[in-house]
Design a protein around this ligand. Sequence first.
Ligand SMILES: [Zn+2]
Length: 100
Amino acid sequence: MMLPRHYNAQSGVTMVVVGQPACASFRDGTVLMRCPHCHADISTTTSFETGTCAYLWCIGLCLIGCDMGCCLLPFCCDACKDVVHSCPNCNQVISRYSRM
Ligand SMILES: [Zn+2]
């Protein structure tokens, strides 16, 4: 029996405030960090943008016959969208979390 994925054993929540965005785990939630643009200690604001995942869901739903409007659902569902993290202080985009 084969497992489809191998999970990283180090999947604990990191509580360290990081200075480099590449080290932070940007996902759906806000991230405590120092803004690389204005160097303020911030909690990122998140917004959702349609990404590759939503398009793939749309195509997938069309392929299984949900082409009467259901295929547009991924574009209305935040869970299928990419997450954009930005700084509330200077409004610069810090990172994007792609679900792909
Ligand atoms: Zn900033």
